[in-house]
Design a protein around this ligand. Structure first.
Ligand code: GRF
Length: 206
């Protein structure tokens, strides 16, 4: 199967981006990153992409008169590199219905909780405040709700008695770095089937 082209959207430090690049370079993920796009000129993800020879574009919301124009600029970069899958890696903006409809079931996100528990921001703090004993991360397709799209993959870990927001976030981040490339890999291998809003993972022929 030919490699899939990914467009990665990241607003911040980009550790998931790094994990994806590492998986590609290690031959574990049959994909190529066509472009890394950030809305934040200071995002470490941008300089990191460039340091690894990946095209990177800053599309700063402040430079655009409307959300539509801002999103269109992102869509233009994605079209320019022929992105087949959009990967949200810490992208801090809510995408419009128009944007989501441009990539139906072709936008992935990773969230630091076991959805549907604790959607939205500060998921790790929400988990600690609620006193759950297990948390983790979820990779899902993006639909028009907040962290509500079809679930592709989840990994869990225990919440420890002395966990703080920082320690829990760090341990979840560590499993995110394995889970995200694995979930993207299933998509790239054509092994995800969606029916009635649920995902079935097909068996690899090999
Ligand atoms: C991760 O915790 C991810 O779950 C959330 O945003 C964070 C991004 O971190 N969606 P990084 O920029 O990939 O390090």
């Amino acid at each position: 199967m030919p490699e899939k082209i990914l467009g990665v959207l990241a607003s911040g430090r980009g550790t998931n981006l790094k994990a994806i690049i590492d998986a590609i370079d290690a031959g574990k993920l049959n994909a190529k990153i066509g472009a890394v796009i950030s809305d934040n000129p200071d995002a470490a993800a941008l300089s990191y992409a460039l340091s690894r020879g990946i095209p990177a574009a800053c599309i700063d919301r402040k430079q655009y008169g409307s959300k539509e124009a801002f999103e269109q600029a992102i869509l233009d970069v994605l079209a320019g590199c022929r992105a087949e899958l959009v990967v949200l890696a810490g992208f801090m903006r809510i995408l419009s219905s128009h944007f989501i409809k441009s990539f139906p079931n072709r936008i992935m996100n990773i969230h630091p909780s076991l959805l549907p528990a604790f959607p939205g921001t500060n998921a790790q703090k929400q988990a600690l405040d609620r006193g759950v004993k297990v948390s983790g991360c979820t990779v899902h397709f993006v639909d028009e709700g907040v962290d509500s799209g079809p679930i592709i993959m989840q990994k869990s870990l225990p919440v420890l008695e002395n966990d703080t927001e920082v320690s829990l976030s760090n341990r979840i981040l560590h499993i995110e770095h394995m889970t995200y490339p694995a979930a993207i890999g299933l998509y790239c291998a054509g092994l995800l089937e969606i029916k009635d809003g649920k995902i079935r993972i097909l068996h690899s022929p090999s």
